[in-house]
Design a protein around this ligand. Structure first.
Ligand code: GLY
Length: 365
């Protein structure tokens, strides 16, 4: 078992990582249940995991009520938020209770946001069931829903009280989703940890083939990196946490071009976006070209897209930059970009000219 603490003063919490943890989750949840029934929010895709969790709680004498939402990105909506908050209030959730979010990023983001507003804030526990949620979205307290104007534009920072990660639940995750989540693993190496990128190059294939040790090591290493960054800059105000957005600005533009459809999963957009951030950095003379090529080569080796074409996007630079102008990171007319001086040497650049990005993207077509 690995326990990674997230140090945030009175909002501190632990991330527990252990194979088979779901079946033993009651030991960690019992102290949070306060002798009351726990609400578990999940979606139909994780029904077997829900059954395991409810059984372990029942065996420990903890009652639970399952709230099962439709799977998919469209669940992160005002309508589902309203329905969920109604259900939580009907369940009798109090501020001191912990609601359990059992699922991928959609469930985690929606439940976290609901818990930030129910009775002006109640507790919640993240039990992520996708690799992407395990290494990124379940940790750090970013919660959100989507609106007509874009993804994740309405939300709050609301930290969970506990994160329980069972790498074994990934056994049943579709391979494409595991690969997409792996992009966020590679991200930690590219941000500030060259040795971890080398680990990814050597072990990425093993991890994606389901090797339990490789998987557990990568998850623990990734969440430790995320915990460290979040503890330094919880609300993304100093620029440190912004490093976690590496590849997201380019990636977001590619995702927007697909209408945020399954044509390009978020992690696939991030993979292509990271390759583009490195290629653009190399074009600007900030980063050695061989580093950009090495990043792209690893992404290709694990069959993740390494650029615009590989992501299946044919849009012009102007169209993609137009998507970027709607990015929620826009700041008084400029868009801060995560660029790189090399692998493991990412920084936030406030001086990027969008016309130059447009020309670069046109060259990529
Ligand atoms: N996924 C980026 C962050 O949590 O800050």
């Amino acid at each position: 078992m690995t326990i990674v603490p997230v140090s945030l003063g009175s909002r501190s919490y632990d991330i527990v990582i252990e194979r088979g943890l779901l079946g033993r989750a009651a030991a960690h949840l019992l102290p949070l249940s306060r002798g009351r029934s726990m609400a578990i929010v999940s979606d139909a895709n994780v029904a077997p995991h829900l059954a395991t969790l409810q059984a372990t709680l029942a065996a420990a004498g903890v009652a639970s009520e399952a709230i099962v939402l439709p799977p998919g990105e469209s669940t992160k909506s005002w309508a589902q938020l309203e329905a969920l908050t109604d259900r939580l209030l009907a369940h009798g959730v109090e501020r001191g209770d912990h609601v359990i979010a059992l699922g991928g990023g959609v469930i985690g983001d929606l439940v976290g946001f609901a818990c930030s507003i129910v009775k002006r804030g109640c507790g919640f526990v993240q039990i992520p069931t996708t690799l992407l949620a395990q290494v990124d979205s379940s940790v750090g307290g970013k919660t959100a829903i989507n609106t007509r104007a874009g993804k994740n534009l309405i939300g709050a920072f609301h930290q969970p009280g506990l994160v329980l990660i069972d790498p074994d639940v990934l056994d049943t995750l579709p391979a494409r989703e595991t690969r997409a989540g792996y992009a966020e693993v590679v991200k930690y190496g590219l941000i500030d940890d060259f040795a971890f990128f080398e680990w990814c190059e050597a072990n990425g294939d093993k991890l994606l083939a389901g090797d339990p040790e490789a998987r557990e090591y990568a998850i623990a290493h990734s969440v430790a990196a995320k915990a460290r960054i979040v503890a330094e800059d919880e609300r993304e105000t100093t620029g440190k946490r912004a490093l976690l957005n590496l590849g997201h600005t380019f990636g977001h533009a590619l995702e927007a071009e697909t209408g945020f459809s399954d044509r390009l999963l978020h992690g696939e957009g991030v993979a292509a976006g990271m390759a583009l951030a490195f290629a653009y950095s190399a074009r600007r003379g900030l980063c050695p070209g061989q580093d950009a090529e090495r990043v792209a080569a690893h992404l290709r080796a694990v069959r993740l897209p390494d650029g615009v074409k590989a992501a299946g996007i044919t849009a012009s630079g102007a169209t993609l930059v137009d998507h970027m102008r709607h990015d929620k990171k826009m700041d008084a007319g400029t868009l801060p970009f995560l660029l790189a001086r090399g692998i493991g040497r990412t920084y936030l650049d406030h001086s990027v000219d969008l016309a130059d990005v447009e020309a670069f993207l046109d060259e990529q077509r």
